[in-house]
Design a protein around this ligand. Structure first.
Ligand code: XMP
Length: 506
């Protein structure tokens, strides 16, 4: 495996993605929490950073434990750090070194640049630059304005590069990383979804033995894949709980429960609709609604878990980005919305936690799901928030509003499917607005509710753009909703991107 030490760069996760794409396993750890080194470790990458090595509070790492022992690649800050604290000099750059540049000089035969042609485009993003190198360092690549675009500590496997090989604008970045990882570190490219399943199931078997595990299924990709992995390892000792909170999409509870049973999972469905509706009564403030739902979920789940005799473990579908976030150098960013299912283990449950997906990125979870033959109906579904339709009903939630919204939403989603655009949209949903507007139906005045349609494109939900759905499709959906859903006489389309808006309205 490869260790990536994080100094807080926005690109650190991207380095990990690229390494994984080469079928090589890697882990990100904060620069100041270096894990124990064992022989599975083949090399170390030092990430970039928003800090400068010239700052008094520069982030320090004890790199001597790697230098000369393991191949070491410093990227950007990592490169400047190694250069600066080994007798070189890092200065503020006179020209802003940001954006595309070309490697005019590449040292012939240098293993890091095997297969990278002269003139190769790279992406620069730094305010400092390496001005001079210690005498045992040599320049191995330059651009017109950056002499030390890359260096090697002569005769060793320590390298530094000031550009970012992990971003796609560095056209041969992947080749460079492959050279480092395969040729220099000697990694085998054998980390695939199939091998992950095999080693994870074996590991779970050993870890869990005859212990019982409870796991809350949500219908989403992560909890489903986690459940199937655990099921492969411990079979009937996995007790799945699927709660109907009365805030799911139309028919979702029945159809998802049915798929789970077909997959052979030992799953218990719990109808807790009324408990959730009671808790939501009178609440209209978004955070209050989320907290109430989170609380009732834990109560319902805890009651059900207590019925499993001698249970020792709680299974969770936590994925790698959540783990990285909780370890991150800068600390989690300000809470915009409290996502109730992240880190949501109640202390009083006193169970040990097993999280089989906590080293995977989202698309890797999907690939593992495919390798486990989980149906596309589950793997391909849009993300759906834990608090469900409650955060798509602005203001107080009532069963009546839920029923109206479910009908309108089903029309929207079914139309996306039949028009063949469901899979192109990252997430879609319908929002029930707390206003009424005047309309006319036949000869009669109506005074009814408005729903908004929301469909976005995104990669990871962090940023999003509204989808340019065809007008004809929007017209058809609007007609169908207004003609078929009693209580709605107006449909609007949300054309806000994130940021500054968010995907959900609450
Ligand atoms: P926002 O609205 O913050 O949403 O742009 C980003 C993504 O997160 C989902 N989301 C949630 N998921 N529990 C969840 O499991 C929550 O409380 C929650 N709030 C938002 C949202 O659906 C989108 O995919």
């Amino acid at each position: 495996k490869i260790l990536i030490l994080d100094f807080g760069s926005q690109f650190t996760q991207l380095i990990a993605r690229r390494v994984r794409e080469l079928n090589i396993y890697c882990e990100i750890h904060p620069f100041n929490k270096i894990p124990e080194i064992d022989e599975s470790l083949k090399g170390v990458i030092l990430s970039g950073s928003p800090y400068s090595v010239r700052q008094e509070d520069a982030l320090h790492v004890d790199f001597m434990q790697f230098h000369g022992k393991l191949p070491l690649l410093g990227v950007c800050y990592g490169a400047q750090y190694l250069a600066h604290f080994n007798g070189g000099e890092v200065l503020p750059s006179s020209t802003r070194e940001y954006g595309r540049a070309n490697l005019q000089y590449i040292q012939e035969g240098n293993p890091l640049f095997r297969g990278v042609p002269a003139g190769s485009q790279v992406w620069m993003s730094h305010g400092d630059t390496i001005a001079t190198l210690a005498s045992n360092f040599e320049v191995i690549a330059s651009t017109d304005s950056v002499r030390v675009a890359a260096y090697q500590v002569t005769g060793t496997q320590t390298y530094g590069i000031q550009f970012h090989p992990e971003v796609t604008h560095s056209l041969d970045g992947k080749q460079l990383l492959e050279n480092f990882l395969v040729d220099i570190c000697g990694c085998k490219q054998d980390w695939t979804a199939d091998s992950f399943v095999e080693t994870t199931v074996a590991g779970l078997k050993e870890k869990l033995g005859d212990d019982k595990v409870v796991l809350g299924l949500s219908g989403g990709v992560d909890s489903s894949v986690a459940a199937v992995l655990l099921h492969h390892a411990i079979g009937k000792n996995l007790y799945c709980i699927f709660v109907d909170n009365g805030l799911l999409r139309k028919n979702e509870y029945e159809s998802v429960l049915d798929s789970y049973k077909h997959m052979g999972l030992n799953v218990r469905g719990i109808d807790a609709k009324q408990r959730f509706y009671d808790a939501l009564k009178g609440l209209s403030e978004p955070e209050a609604k989320r907290k109430a739902i989170g609380r009732v979920f834990i109560e319902v789940f805890d009651d059900a878990a207590h019925e499993v005799k001698d249970v020792k473990w709680l299974g969770q579908g936590t994925i790698y980005p959540d783990v990285i976030e909780s370890l991150s150098v800068k600390g989690p960013s300000a809470t915009i919305k409290s996502h109730h299912n992240v880190g949501g283990l109640p202390d009083f449950m006193k169970l040990k936690v097993v999280e089989p997906l906590n080293t995977l990125f989202k698309d890797e979870v999907r690939r593992v799901g495919k390798s486990l033959h989980i149906s596309d109906n589950i793997l391909g579904r849009h993300p759906f928030p834990g608090p469900g339709l409650a955060i798509r009903i602005l203001g107080e939630v009532t069963p009546e509003k839920v029923a109206i919204l479910q009908e309108a939403d089903a029309i929207f989603i079914n139309n996306l499917r039949s028009a063949g655009v469901y899979d192109k949209v990252w997430q879609a949903g319908t929002i029930f607005l707390p206003v009424q507007s005047v309309g006319v139906m036949g000869d009669e005045r109506t005074y009814e509710h408005v729903v908004s349609l929301r469909a976005v494109e995104s990669v990871d939900g962090m940023t999003a753009d509204w989808c340019h759905l065809p007008y004809e499709l929007l017209a058809k959906i609007s007609n169908e909703i207004i003609n078929n859903v009693k209580g709605i006489n107006r449909v609007v389309y949300d054309i806000s991107s994130k940021p500054p808006a968010t995907i959900e309205w609450e």
